[in-house]
Design a protein around this ligand. Sequence first.
Ligand code: SF4
Length: 364
Amino acid sequence: MDKKTERELAARLVAEIQRMAERADHKLRFMEVCGTHTVAIFRSGIRQMLPESVELVSGPGCPVCVTPDDYMDKAIAYARRPDVIITTFGDMLKVPGSRSSLGEAKTDGADIRIVYSPMDSIRIAQENPEKRVVFLAVGFETTAPTAAATVLAAEQQGLDNLFLLSAQKLVPPVMEALLQDEEVHVDGFILPGHVSVVTGTGIYKPVVEKYHVPGVITGFEPIQILRALYRLVRQAVNHEARVENEYEDVVRTEGNPVSRRITDTVYEPVDTNWRGMGVVPLSGLRMRESYARFDIERVMPLPAGALPAPKKTACRCGDVLRGVVTPPACPLFGTACVPTHAVGPCMVSVEGVCAAWFKYGRGR
Ligand code: SF4
């Protein structure tokens, strides 16, 4: 589709959204729960295109952002051990813990290596048999299969020095937590495309039906997002609540059974802590007992007192992730907290809401 045709189609969709939204008895508020959607929405200026009667708000879709301070503190504590090599994706280095960051630990001499896939950790473990190699497994349903496959590969190769520090999270339980939160008001969810490729469409149905809040899975092109919004508005004004799939070319009903099976082989659901939301029941993944030997926290637990006391800051990342405030409500936004000197993870990650507001500077 050329740019002119795309612009014309977008204008028609916005007009349809506006016409449909006029039937609602209140301003409609929809939340995306995917960091890639957040960036796509800001980059394309969709918020500014929408009528006043439709509002978009960002939710807990950025994996780095939802990872709480205590996880970072654990990662830093392991990194500072001389017998440990940490492997991680690059954006984790700048994420602040309670007192410092992995980047600071690296400057102090910790052996922290940037990888592009968890599987890179296999080679590093093979090359360093005297060290314990710990991969920081942070992410949603999308990345869990690769982390699990790394564990299976390590098992197959008989590696006994590769471990995960796992903070894998699940999307539907946190949607439910948001819907139970009295401060959070949403009329529907833009559901994540990448997660749904793995999980399929069915995982959202129980939450959507229980809370009678619609959800639409979609891709990352502006037209796909606008189509999803049109479907959400249509459901909302008709008082309907179901899962629709605007990304049918890519997302199948059954998802990716192979990836799901790999994840299920290694992981089981567990209550887990989210930044801003606290512990959410069965919203995380931990390695099953049969794979506990790959879980660094079970193999080599940190001694009591190894973690620093939590530090209180003015960062409102937790409220931003719940969609309760927008980044400019944070007193540090754009002053003490900027991408080159981030105070909170929502400004660190390229998928962070604060980083998107700062970069595109035109949220509404
Ligand atoms: Fe936290 Fe920075 Fe966002 Fe404020 S602007 S909420 S300090 S990440």
